[in-house]
Design a protein around this ligand. Structure first.
Ligand SMILES: [Zn+2]
Length: 91
C-alpha cells in the first residue's frame, strides 16, 4: 500500500511539474488560454495533498514495519497487536 501511495505521489508530482511547464511555455508565447492546464494543476495539487495526508496518517506496524490504512487492532501482515508499540492507535 505504501508503494502505491509513494508512486502516485511521484507521478502526481511529475504531472504537476509538466503541467506547470506547459503553463509557463504558453504564457511565454503570449497564449493566455491556460484554464484547462490550471485545472489539471489544481487537481494534481489536491491529489498530492490527499496522498501526503494519507501517508502521514497511515499507521505503521511496530513489528514488521508495514503501513496500514485500516484501523484494525491487529496487523494483517504479521498478526501482532498494533497498539502495544505504536501509541497513535486509540480504542
Ligand atoms: Zn505487522
Amino acid at each position: 500500500m505504501k508503494k502505491i501511495l509513494k508512486w502516485s505521489l511521484v507521478i502526481l508530482f511529475v504531472v504537476l511539474l509538466i503541467d506547470l511547464g506547459i503553463i509557463g511555455i504558453k504564457i511565454f508565447s503570449h497564449d493566455y488560454d491556460v484554464i484547462p492546464e490550471s485545472y489539471i494543476g489544481y487537481v494534481c495539487f489536491l491529489m498530492l495533498a490527499v496522498c501526503g495526508i494519507l501517508m502521514l496518517f497511515s499507521t505503521r506496524c511496530p513489528y514488521c514495519g508495514k503501513v496500514q490504512i485500516t484501523k484494525g487492532k491487529y496487523c494483517p501482515y504479521c498478526g501482532n497487536e498494533k497498539n502495544s508499540g505504536n501509541s497513535k492507535v486509540e480504542k
